[in-house]
Design a protein around this ligand. Structure first.
Ligand code: ZN
Length: 207
């Protein structure tokens, strides 16, 4: 199993020992709908649910890894472990309770760095996943097979925009040596339409 050198290791047991191996072919980004530190996210996985992500990311850019990237984690429904042995690496990121705020600059930077490491370590392909099983990079709501019940807003509109315009292009740029896109300032966004999900449902359906 592989552990990211840039993360604090907070190993989640018994999942880390007991869950099946995967060949990581995707990286899927989430918002956890709570303003949690990585340690608080670890405690939530440990104490309150059978679900878990591989990584947790705080607002300040602090990052922790809970499970090796070649072990199944359960944040992505059908992408967790496919019949061919491939699966997705997942990260849950601190957000406001409705997951409507943008990632902070520190979060954006860490997502880029982790994406580069996943490409270099596991050969995750430098493209946005075209289908639910296509190797590459994505965010939770990109494909319905990645969410229990087929529907989620995660990680929120502002973060989907950041993924498309900054994070994914910057991962590609750092790997290939091309010029990175300019990071737009993360000004507060005007609240948008209310979330489809009812309050509190987010965590229950598997973030
Ligand atoms: Zn999610």
């Amino acid at each position: 199993m592989a552990w990211y050198p840039g993360a604090q290791k907070l190993e989640l047991q018994p999942e880390s020992n007991d869950q099946a191996a995967i060949i990581p072919t995707q990286f899927i980004m989430h918002s956890i709908a709570a303003p949690w530190t990585p340690r608080r996210t670890y405690e939530y996985w440990r104490d309150s649910t059978n679900l878990e992500s591989h990584f947790g990311l705080g607002y300040d850019g602090s990052i922790a890894q809970f499970i090796g990237t070649q072990t199944r984690a359960d944040a992505n429904y059908r992408a967790n472990l496919r019949p061919d042995g491939t699966g997705a690496v997942s990260i849950e990121t601190a957000s406001n309770n409705d997951a409507t705020d943008p990632w902070t600059d520190a979060q954006v930077e860490q997502l880029i760095r982790l994406g580069v490491w996943l490409h270099q370590t596991h050969g995750i392909q430098l493209r946005v996943c075209r289908t639910a099983s296509d190797p590459g990079f994505g965010y939770h709501r990109l494909h319905s097979d990645w969410a229990l019940g087929g529907s989620t807003d995660c990680p929120g509109n502002a973060r989907v925009s950041q993924f498309k315009n900054v994070i994914f292009p910057s991962i590609v740029a750092r790997v290939t040596g091309a010029q990175e896109p300019t990071t737009p300032p993360t000004t507060p966004t005007t609240p948008t339409a209310p979330s489809r999900r009812r309050p509190g449902a987010y965590r229950a359906i598997g973030v």
